[in-house]
Design a protein around this ligand. Structure first.
Ligand SMILES: [Zn+2]
Length: 230
């Protein structure tokens, strides 16, 4: 069951589509897959706020009934994730999106939009998933698709950043007042950068004079790279 798996995801992107793109750790170096099986996709969807408890139970049960279908749905989620990473990493660099990626997202939008419906909630209408979508193993992917289309066509796109840590490449929406956020997560990449800056400032002679302290500093730097080791 997905709910018993309890893989913990860092939800720091500020938008569902960016959090899906961030389900690969250390993309430029290790490229560590965090969506190893369908249960991971359900756990991610729940933690990222895309799935309710009821939907988690329904998708987990459906995956148990059809493991082959669940694997295919996971492959579609990973494929969308790579499309989103390429689209957003290009836009953050001021480059035009690749036409093939736009076409892929456009096709995904067609599928997702066809699974939305209007529901009457008293004095107003809301958009909700159709019963077909509610029972679909693709529900997390459909939700991430709509999130991506909304963000790519919104002024907030200018606030999408890519983490400046060399080995990270996570995407995030910069909600800081002056738009100066540099790290996906200050407690991970920000701290590692701070440790590196500190080590550059410590003079070699000072290091030689305090070998034990220098060793402790190295140990601290290693322990803070938890994304590569967890
Ligand atoms: Zn980062």
């Amino acid at each position: 069951m997905a709910s018993a798996k309890e893989r913990r995801f860092e939800i720091t992107g500020g938008a569902l589509c960016l959090d899906l793109a961030n389900t690969v750790d250390n993309r430029p170096t290790l490229g560590r897959e965090l969506l190893v099986d369908y249960a991971d996709l359900v756990a991610w969807g729940q933690q990222a706020g895309a799935l309710s408890q009821r939907q988690v139970r329904a998708l987990s049960a459906a995956a148990e009934r059809g493991p082959g279908r669940a694997r295919a749905a996971l492959a579609r989620a990973r494929s969308l994730r790579e499309t989103l990473f390429r689209l957003f990493s290009r836009t953050t660099a001021g480059r035009s999106p690749d036409r093939a990626d736009v076409g892929a997202l456009d096709a995904a939008l067609g599928v997702a939009a066809a699974r939305r419906r209007l529901v009457d909630v008293g004095s107003r209408l809301e958009l909700a998933w159709s019963p077909e979508a509610e029972g679909s193993l693709d529900l997390p992917t459909l939700a991430a698709t709509l999130s991506a289309v909304e963000l790519l066509t919104s002024p907030r796109l200018e606030r999408v950043r890519i983490c400046q840590a060399r080995d990270c490449d996570w995407l995030f929406l910069d909600a800081s007042r002056n738009g100066s956020r540099r790290w996906c997560d200050m407690s991970v990449c920000g701290n590692r950068a701070k440790v590196r800056r500190f080590r550059r400032r410590v003079r070699p002679a000072e290091r030689r004079a305090r070998p034990a302290q220098a060793a402790a500093s190295r140990a601290n730097a290693c322990s803070s790279s938890r994304r590569a080791t967890r």
